[in-house]
Design a protein around this ligand. Structure first.
Ligand code: MN
Length: 504
């Protein structure tokens, strides 16, 4: 375990500087965490190595991998920010700080607010690489979940399934998204997990044997037709994705046709169509299951040819045919773009909002024609729409956009209602701003305010993560003093108009 090579071996053609950077981060982190243990009893440093390995597997840059090795040093209090800065520079520090900030957010278990929490997560991270580090961190932490007390365990698993998984999914990082799902599933839905498992158990062994026989026939058929350069693999559907499908098919496993799937990866698009032809010439396809996602990509950009065929062994198998590039996109999604960009633009801190575009369901999102025609606006989460508005205003007026960016990301705090709603406000906001942000009626009848369960004065300043409860008193009226307490334009506007009415 204790070997930096286990990380660097995963990187393709690293430079000497790359290797040195990772080796320094490795030694630094190892020393910093010396003596700390995980709940499982193993050295804490193992967690950092595992996180770095996941990042290397996602083909992240040496800078991101180093930040992965160091991501818990500030949070665990074993080192100071200025040490990271002095030893590794601004960019690594920026990523470690981002991961530390995100570590402080906690899921509060009210389902309808998940979208707010995802928004908060993305907004706080500021950089796509910070999110990827946190996803890798979470994946490794999930592997030691059994050592955590039961209640906390359920909270973490639920948070993973409802916050981290959808973010990984939207970023197109299937590789992480599937692992996170399957690792959380038994903790969040134990009964459903058992039911899915027993349904699949009957099928599984049999299916593997058939798949193995079948893949040999496919290889033979391709070779006979002159297709020699390809990668072929096969899988049985994972538990959580099978469970989701079972929910849609009334728990009838016979109605699910892609439990067994076989993937053929080729070097170009021509070969994809050729292989589809060869297969249909030998095996009979299931009607209605032939999909050309190369000519018509899925809304998330996914491309491949799909067909489901009768194998002749009494079962059906879905075959996915794609190019290497399509496969990369499908497995690594945004991670592959980041990796590419980083390689070509090494030292720049990415502060642009380009990556937010990648969260969008359509590549040509900014093309108005396709925006109106193809997209069901209801499908787009509101926070993504908001970010798109920031993004498009950036193109029109840079100064305005600069202010907005500042306003939205740096000058904002995120606080919660007692039910878990996230409300974002400018920094230095008071309970008065909070009340008006919820509703003008509530603002107009503030009787008092509690922050984290304690009564506070109306001019107190709110902090990130505070839970605020407004005590409503219908007899109360806004006073002149409230104008001084308020920071937001909305609150000031309402207070002024109420004061004017009172004077009349
Ligand atoms: Mn960690």
């Amino acid at each position: 375990m204790d070997d930096v090579k286990k990380i660097t071996n995963l990187i393709s053609s690293p430079s000497k500087e790359d290797l040195q950077l990772i080796a320094r981060a490795f030694e630094f982190s190892k020393k910093a965490h010396e003596g700390q243990k995980r709940l499982s009893g193993e050295p804490y440093f193992n967690h950092l190595c595992e996180t770095a390995k996941i990042l290397a597997n996602l083909r992240m840059s040496p800078i991101t991998i180093s930040a992965g090795l160091l991501h818990d040093t500030i949070e665990n209090g074993v080192t100071k920010e200025k040490e990271i800065k002095g030893n590794f520079g601004d960019e690594v520090l920026f990523l470690v700080q981002g991961a530390t900030k995100l570590g402080k957010l906690k899921y509060r278990g009210v389902e309808r607010h998940n979208e707010s929490l995802r928004k908060l997560f993305v907004a706080v991270s500021q950089d796509i690489r910070v999110i990827i580090i946190k996803l890798a961190d979470r994946l490794d932490n999930m592997k030691t979940l059994e050592y955590i007390p039961k209640e906390e365990r359920e909270r973490i698993a639920k948070e993973t399934l409802e916050i981290y998984v959808p973010i990984a999914y939207r970023l197109g990082i299937r590789k992480l998204n599937r692992q996170l799902e399957d690792i959380s599933f038994p903790f969040v839905y134990p009964k459903e997990y058992e039911k899915t498992k027993s349904l699949l158990k009957q099928k599984r062994k049999e299916d593997y044997q058939k798949l193995d026989k079948f893949q040999k026939s496919i290889r033979k058929a391709l070779a006979k037709n002159g297709i020699t350069t390809f990668v072929l693999d096969y899988r049985i559907k994972t538990f959580y994705s099978l469970y989701n499908k079972l929910l849609r098919k009334d728990w009838n496993i016979e109605k699910i046709h892609d439990i067994s799937a076989l993937r053929i990866i080729l070097s170009d698009v021509d070969d994809c169509y050729k292989v589809m032809g060869i297969i249909h010439g030998i095996w009979r396809p299931l009607p209605g299951r032939i999909k050309d996602y190369i000519a018509f990509p899925k809304p998330n950009g996914y491309q491949a040819l799909h067909t489901t065929i009768f194998t002749g062994y009494g079962n059906v198998v879905e075959i996915q045919i794609k190019t290497k590039k399509m496969h990369q996109e499908a497995e690594y999604g945004i991670a592959s773009h980041v990796a590419y960009k980083e390689k070509n633009n090494k030292s720049k801190i990415s502060s642009s909002f380009e990556w937010i575009k990648k969260l969008l369901p359509f590549k040509n999102f900014f093309d108005e024609k396709s925006f109106n025609k193809e997209i069901n606006h209801e499908d787009i989460p509101s926070w993504i729409k908001e970010l798109v508005e920031y993004q498009s205003s950036e193109r029109k007026n840079t100064e305005f956009a600069e202010n907005l960016k500042k306003d939205f990301f740096q000058e904002r705090i995120f606080v919660f209602t007692p039910k878990g709603d996230v409300i974002d406000l400018p920094i230095e906001s008071s309970p008065v701003d909070f009340a008006y942000a919820i509703h003008s009626e509530i603002g107009n009848s503030i009787g008092g305010a509690k922050v984290n369960g304690k009564m506070v004065s109306l001019n107190s300043r709110l902090k990130n993560g505070d839970i605020i409860e407004i005590i409503v008193n219908k007899k109360n009226k806004p006073s002149q003093k409230w104008l001084e307490y308020a920071k937001t334009a909305t609150a000031k506007k309402h207070i002024r108009s109420m004061l004017q009415n009172q004077n009349k």
